[in-house]
Design a protein around this ligand. Structure first.
Ligand code: JHZ
Length: 422
């Protein structure tokens, strides 16, 4: 596969020299996945002959506060203005958000929550559940296409990036928020200080700021290297976040582990002066991070070594079965799938097509590797020998709904945490 690293890209300008939480310049790089297009940059057929901009994908750990982060920051407008990822096409995600909404409502019973603001509200999936339960809701999302979808569904959504200016606007128009949620969005934010200053201003005295994001320990333990991509600027763990919140007189009061997206954490944050008490789970989590040696270079070097082994084994296996005349397709045109494809240099010579449940992705092509994307129904009539599961995080749901494909002899290839055929 060609690497079209456009010489005009000012890489120097995109490089971060200091940690986004503590400002230290002690950033230890431990893995490079090469250069590739942004993984949600799906292409139209008419784009296929054009060159694509490839951006470096290097990850490092701050040796002062231990935040794992990307070395380069691609401008947010390139990645989020028009966004094709929506969680609502997955039943697992919808059920997850329903349970999350129930948890918020349960807390609401105690703390009289009425107004909920969701940052990175996407198409309004979480807020629509809360709205049905009688809460006043406001979404904030930078994607023009998704903010429009949410507003059409009746979920009031500001098309904006959340920061201290946006917080001021919300304050003026709607008043303070009882709950502010941010699911799968904190990792995407470069200027975390500006965002947390906005949270501090917008949150009620006894309000809750609730973050959910993939957890660094799961990423490392399960070799989830394909979740490392340009959108995800930080790979969250608890200790660096404590340092960040402390500067704004905010504190973590509880942490609940979630199985979603290969292992996530739901973190509850409040003002220090609030009447919330701190759950012992917070100390437990800190202890676990020490035990997992998240502060040592060797932890990251060992992870990088395993990533290279996964690439070698997967490429070797796919080439062998292809040579044997087997047909291979993919399932789930996910961002992480595009990282795997680009990093392993797997293209249409190996994968015929990918099926996906997101209508916005149908008829488009994967960035960098140009594999066509079709609706899931395509494998109702065809039985490719092998299907690579690019959305391994939804393996249960996808395998369950494709029972018949397996009965007809089709097999799934699971790549993460290690190569497995089912
Ligand atoms: P999925 C997203 O990453 C984007 P991605 C984002 N950057 C983020 O932070 C992480 O999530 C956490 C399809 N599918 O969720 C739908 C089926 O086709 O793994 C999606 O295109 N059939 C915000 O893009 C893709 O797979 C199904 O039955 O890596 C899943 O993408 C199901 C369940 C999914 O996220």
């Amino acid at each position: 596969m060609r690497t079209l690293l456009n010489k005009k890209i000012p890489l120097q300008k995109y490089r971060r020299k200091t940690c986004r939480i503590c400002g230290s310049s002690k950033l230890y790089p431990f893995l490079s996945l090469g250069s590739m297009p942004i993984p949600n940059g799906f292409l139209e057929k008419s784009d296929l002959h054009k060159s694509e901009l490839h951006y470096p994908l290097k990850v490092c750990v701050c040796e002062s506060c231990f935040l794992v982060q990307l070395k380069h920051v691609i401008p947010a407008e390139i990645m989020f203005k028009n966004y094709l990822y929506i969680p609502s096409t997955s039943q697992t995600m919808v059920t997850h958000f329903q349970k999350f909404a129930d948890e918020i409502i349960k807390k609401a019973g105690i703390h009289k929550i009425t107004f909920v603001v969701d940052i990175g509200s996407n198409d309004g999936t979480l807020l629509s559940i809360l709205k049905k339960k009688g809460k006043r809701v406001l979404g904030i999302d930078p994607a023009e296409n998704l903010a429009a979808v949410a507003n059409t569904r009746g979920i009031k959504t500001m098309n904006a990036y959340f920061n201290s200016n946006t917080a001021e606007k919300v304050l003026r128009q709607y008043g303070k928020a009882d709950v502010i949620t941010a699911t799968n969005v904190i990792a995407h934010i470069d200027n975390l200080h500006n965002v947390i200053a906005g949270i501090k201003a917008l949150l009620q005295t006894n309000g809750l700021f609730i973050i959910e994001a993939p957890y660094l320990i799961d990423l490392l333990d399960n070799n989830e290297f394909d979740t490392i991509y340009h959108e995800h600027l930080s790979y969250l763990s608890i200790r660096p976040l404590i340092k960040l919140f402390d500067q704004y007189d905010l504190r973590i009061i509880d942490i609940k582990k979630q199985s979603i997206h290969g292992g996530s954490v739901r973190i509850f944050i409040s003002h220090k002066e609030s009447n919330h008490s701190v759950h012992p789970r917070v100390e437990k989590c800190i202890a676990e991070e020490k035990l997992k040696k998240l502060h040592l270079r060797s932890t990251y070097n060992e992870f990088a070594r395993r990533v290279k082994v996964i690439k070698r084994d997967l490429v070797h296996f796919l080439k062998r079965i292809k040579k044997d005349g087997r047909t291979i397709i993919g399932y789930g045109a996910s961002a992480k799938g595009n990282v795997l494809l680009n990093y392993c240099e797997i293209s249409t010579d190996i994968i015929n097509y990918i099926v996906d449940s997101t209508p916005y992705k149908h008829g488009k092509y994967t960035p960098g590797t140009h594999i066509p994307i079709y609706p899931e129904t395509k494998i109702k009539n065809e039985t490719p020998d092998y299907t690579v599961l690019f959305s391994w995080n939804f393996a249960k749901e996808i395998i369950e709904k494709n029972k018949k494909y397996r009965e007809r002899g089709g097999q799934f290839i699971i790549t993460i945490p290690y190569l497995k055929i089912v």
